[in-house]
Design a protein around this ligand. Sequence first.
Ligand SMILES: Cc1ncc(C[n+]2csc(CCOP(=O)(O)OP(=O)(O)O)c2C)c(N)n1
Ligand SMILES: CC(=O)[C@@H](O)[C@H](O)COP(=O)(O)O
Ligand SMILES: [Mg+2]
Length: 617
Amino acid sequence: MKITDIQSPDQIKSMSTKQLQELADDIRMFLIGSISRTGGHLSSNLGVVELTIALHYVFHSPNDKFLFDVGHQSYTHKILTGRAGAFSTLRKHNGLSGFQKRSESVHDAWEAGHSSTSLSAALGMAIARDLQHENFEIIPIIGDGALSGGMALEALNDIGVSHKKMIIIFNDNNMSISKNHGAIEKRLTNLRSSSLYRHMKQDVKTNLNQTKTGVNLLHSLTHLRDSLKDSLVDAPLFKEFNLDYLGPVDGHNIPALIKVLETAKEHEGPIVVHVITQKGKGYKLAEQDRTGKWHGVGPFDPATGRLLVKLPPQEISWSQVISNTLIDLAAKNPKIVAITPAMAQGSKLLEFASRYKDRFFDCGIAEQHAVTMAAGMAVGGLHPFVSIYSSFLQRAYDQINHDVARMNVPVVFGIDRAGLVGDDGETHQGIYDIAFLRSIPNLVLSQPKDAKEAQNLLYSAFAYNGPFCIRYPRGNVHYAPNERYEAIEIGTWTCHIVGIPEQIVITYGPDVDRLIQKARENAMGVMVINARFFKPIDTKMLDTVFKENLPVTVFETDCEIGSLSSAILEAMNKKDHQIDIIGIQDHFVPQGSIRVLRQEEGIDIDTVFERLERKNA
Ligand SMILES: Cc1ncc(C[n+]2csc(CCOP(=O)(O)OP(=O)(O)O)c2C)c(N)n1
Ligand SMILES: CC(=O)[C@@H](O)[C@H](O)COP(=O)(O)O
Ligand SMILES: [Mg+2]
């Protein structure tokens, strides 16, 4: 069967074991080919092909509900539910989402993008089901990385006494994006390498090889199930949560998976099925990867693994600029330590980790813990740098407020992926942090316009004795290491005059230079203000600017509500001056390239410029 001919999971229900395995092989080839053209979450998806086939074989979606935690590993689910034909649009504007999306298919029972939500959601859905006397299965699928998230552990604690029927698939590939971290991880290592698991795997293999009739298979699987029951003593992790447990089972063995899932289906109350999978299965480079390089990739040549999009010379990612500077500053200041909640690869902190082994802390997917731990380190006399993507920082709002800002302790936040992130869509757009951080007392909140300013801001942040946030976008920037650092006075903006100004634009980040360049090219007279601090803002400069009596535009590339324009309007409350505001309106921004999204939102330089030109007309 052609992969694109699959319209419904019902089509696989009558397949033999052999046909299911062939289907798995075909899907894997399809995924590698398709993702090599569009980019996407390769490794996690290659790891769950057989598991997803077995889930759709045993359960009946959309009546039964699959909740893929994070959702980045739901590609096979999309294929089996009739969406293979749309894979060329994966993560593109108006195209197939890289995550489960309820508007996309009735088979997508839940939406995510951030990790560790599936178990709470599953319990909520189970309560709703039972109160309304409905009858269906609820199947959250959660990875070993996501399980380390606080929400997942809070949910397990509740589920364990709920008696609500659900089948928790624990997809254990011994990897988060890169290496997984923590005590749970250690416990799992013992379990995975237990002689019992190896024995079971061999046992099933032997029996499968001996017969195609299924008689010995059944015997083997019954034996497997009995062994699993015995193994409970060796798997106390879930027992401690008062949860029944089946496993571990080989996640690439379809008959074994089917049998275990059927056993779990008969079980009353909640049960965990522990499935061992291999991240990147079927693509050698991804199988061998421990750094996370193949977790999410851009387009690549499948034959060589070479990435097809090359950086322009002298450009590096904003994350890399910050990381290089951090490494340099840390060489001179032993109090500097770095923390990441499971994003060492994306935040470009792997080099820091190898240079300063005892000063680097990957705490797993645990943003809240990361921030409060940083506060503890700061109270203890260190000067921590916490690197968190803007959208994941939403998780740690209380910790920033309660533990860092309230005690006014020196923690530097590197808010990565600030602004539009593009292909990951709504769940990952980093456009809210200015608004949600600005109201917190004691915080300094800044964004550099270029790499030079980024280096100077980081230098200034470590010279400051309080919480200091520096946000920077996804993408690249022209870079040369600063010959020497210059301290930037907190709360100061800079003013850039092009021609004879007829109007004033207040903006920030890389758009400062983009706008200056555009104005020069078009001989427009404009005063461009680089609002490099959102808190505190430069009220002195605002006073001067408003005295010019020229039209003012605030051009922001984040959500309009509560961000820079709000800060300015608050400050100018008592003055009589009209301000034109350009920013992202009050709605969620879907996926798409940043270029397309900026056009849609009317915040691309051309549209902004046309708007400014109209003001001069
Ligand atoms: C709250 C939050 N923090 C960080 C991330 C980034 N992230 C996406 S997938 C992932 C690793 C998940 O590991 P696991 O659950 O084991 O899934 P796998 O990719 O191994 O299948 C991380 C850290 C996220 N999506 N949400
Ligand atoms: C699914 C998830 O949350 C991450 O894998 C995320 O997609 C990474 O984004 P970057 O590609 O910007 O590092
Ligand atoms: Mg994992």
